[in-house]
Structure formats: structure tokens, C-alpha cells
Design a protein around this ligand. Sequence first.
Ligand code: FE
Ligand code: CA
Length: 485
Amino acid sequence: MHAQPRFAAYPFALGVASGDPDEGGFVLWTRIASVGSDAAFLAQEDFTVDWVVAEDEQLRQVVRRGTAIASADWAHSVHVEVDGLAADRSYWYQFRCGGEASATGRTRTLPAPGARTSRLRLALASCQHYEHGYFAAYRHMLSDDLDLVLHVGDYIYEGSWGPQVRRHESPDGADTLAGYRNRHACYKSDDDLQRAHAAYPWLVTWDDHEVSNDYAGSVSRYGETPSAFVQRRTSAYRAYYEHMPLRARHRPGAGGMSLYRRAQFGDLATFNILDDRQYRSAHACAEQGEKVADCPQRWSRAQTMLGDTQQRWLEDGLTSSATRWKVIAQQTLIAPFVSRKNDGREVVWTDGWDGYAGARAHLLDFIAERRVPDVVTLGGDVHAFYATDLKTDFDDPDSPVVATEFVGTSLSTQGDDYAAIARDLPLNPHVRHFENRWRGYLRCEITPKLWRSDLRIVDDVTDVRSDARTLLSLHVESGRAGVQA
Ligand code: FE
Ligand code: CA
């Protein structure tokens, strides 16, 4: 044990973070990532890291302090769970190791479950390809006075799409534990991302690119054998845990990593944070490719998106929630999206919920039959803003709207062809708004009567100093599912 290691470079170069707040605390994160002059030796040592939590930014009114182990086994990451604090207030925190101090982070506890709560503000982020642009959007979140940042995946991209604005740490794709660790460290080195982590508590879940493009459970899109792919996935999940502010109960094992969980914000909102990737069935009708005409497998009861255990857990959460808003935070577009090919055939993309159409119908039927009011779903993945009316029968114009969906655009990853998607909008009347020409995030202000979603865009993702603005605001009224323009 190196009680006082001496680092040749700043050991907190990846910043600090906090996450998974509840009414009494949160988890604090950092990773000692500097290598010293005796790097090989230090890399195998565990370090002790001191931490403090204070009621003020100058860290004078310290309310908790302790020492954590940054173990070599876990890439010298530190996850400190703090509890017993006061509900619904800000705290500041800092780490020290080897005579060096980290940046000071700010975080917040949640209002106690059931406590009357008049407002919640969050930013929804996803899809931040480092090579495609800068993370100026995160800098603009700093002036948004948020309670939470919610990240729904593609936090890293395992592969390179060619250097466009800046380069990954390596032109190679990540597929080993060392590779995923280095890729996470590359992203975490971004100054704007670090500031957003240091400013707000985050709730995170992953999508595909934290492991491999469009994987489904243990099935790779690229023909790796399931056993080889699960080994790769295990490395990726481990690196994800090591770099995220997640509580120890999510620490991965050989079989996988449990990530789905709930957070309750007073009497105002319950967040059901899903894992759409780990338990899903292989893609439907894969012999037809990624975009398919209808096929029975999409509707099969065996074709699961969440797995039975998570599905039941979600249903329990929806019916037992005592909060006004029931939020389903997940990876991708839930609503169907039909596109017409040049030959006139109508097809859907099977990596999204369209490949799991029976599971989607089951979920929306459940919400309708149990009359669960005020359900709002949040997603990412498709590099576009979508606002949709979720219905039990999308082919029937008179089918009632049972929930409201917002998908946030990509933080930096480039979008698909706007004109091609816009041409297909008439085939999808439940899509109330679509926009993919800008990068940015969705900012939500939630009150008991009204949910407002602001489509926030950066003017130029290739400019680290880019301005940001609100393109449009969309609303949902409590008691009335569906988007109000
Ligand atoms: Fe993406
Ligand atoms: Ca994705």
C-alpha cells in the first residue's frame, strides 16, 4: 500500500463525478489515472484516497470525510457512497491523494420520497462521438441550473468512424479491458464533460457503443461467437463501471452487470432507468438485414427487449409509483418508425423497439389497461429529437394516446440524412416533431401540472466555443398524455 504515492503527473486528470442521488446521499467517483516516474510499480499498487463532503463550496463546513481504496484491480477507480445527509440540498466534495487535490465537485440530494416538490430540471444527453465534435453542449448545461443529468448511452464509441474533428487516443477499436479503459479515459479527459460531471449528479445507463455497435444480449452484429463476445462484453461492462458514478451494487461480475434501477424525486417524478441491451433477444428476421419488412418474429412473445425480470420490475414500478410523473429512461426510440424504400417497400429498423414490436405492444397495453397516468419516456440512440404520441395501436388514428415520448438529439455524433427521414414522416403520424440537423440535448422542466421539453442545440459542433440556443419547446399536461405543440 502506497499511503502517499508521489505522482509525476496530476493524478485527477479525469475529473470527479457524482451520481445516483437519493434523499440522504449519492455516490462520488474519481479515478487515479496518472502514471508516475515509476509507472510500472505504481500501476500495481493500491492507493488510499481521502475524500470530504461539505456544505459549502470552500469546503469549510465538512459534514463527512473518509478514506477509500483506489485498487489497481479496478483501474484505480474510487466509488464512495455517502449517506445520512439532508434531503434536497447541495453539497460539495473533493478527493486527495499523493499530496494532490481534485477539482471540487457540486452535487445534490433528492427531495425525500413523497415530499411535496414543485420543480425538477434535468438535461438528457446521449451519443457523444468524440471524433465528431466538441462537447460544448455540456458547457451550456452549466448555466441551466439542473437537478440531474440523465445520460442514456453511447457515452463512448468503441470504434472510429475516421478522425473528423478530433482523434480518439488510438485509431484502433476498443475490444479489450485495456482498450475500453483507454477509450473511457479519452472521453473523460474532455474539459466540458468534466465540468458537467462536477456540476451535477448524473444518472447513467448504457446503449450499444459502450460495448459494440448494435449488439443484442450475447449476440454480436459482427459474427463474433457468443462466448468470445460475452468475454468482450465483460471487459466493456467492467470499464464502464470503473468510469461511472455508480453504486457498488452495480459492480459487474462474470455473468453481467445489473444496471436497471429507480430514482424517486419527491412526489414529482419516478425515474425507471432501463437496460435495453443486456437482456434483449437477438435481432428479429436478421436474414433480411437491419431494415426489414414485417415478419412474425418481431411480434413473437419470445422476442424480448428487457428480459422477463426487468419487464416485471418495470411494470411493478409503474403501478406502485406514488409520484405524479412516471419516467421511463431508456436507450432508443420507442415509437414505430416506418420508412419507404425506393422500390416502395415499407421497412422498419430492427435494432430499435421496432424489432421488438410485441414487447412494445405489451408495455403500452399494460400502461393502458392499468390506467397508469403521466408516463413520459426518454431516449436517445437515433441522433435526432423526436416527440411522439405512444398508442396501443399505431395503425388506428382513434387509438388513445397512453404515454408521451421525447428522444434527445446526439450530443456530438453526426445525424442521418434529414431529407430522407422527413420524407417518411407522413407514414408516421404519431411522430409529432422530428429534427436531426443539430447536435445538443433535451432540457426538461417538470412541474406537477406541466412537463416542458426544450430542444437545445449548439450552433456548430466543430467549434468548442459554440453558442447554444433553444430551438423549440414542447409540452405535456398532467392528466393528458401526448405532445402539446
Ligand atoms: Fe449513437
Ligand atoms: Ca446507439
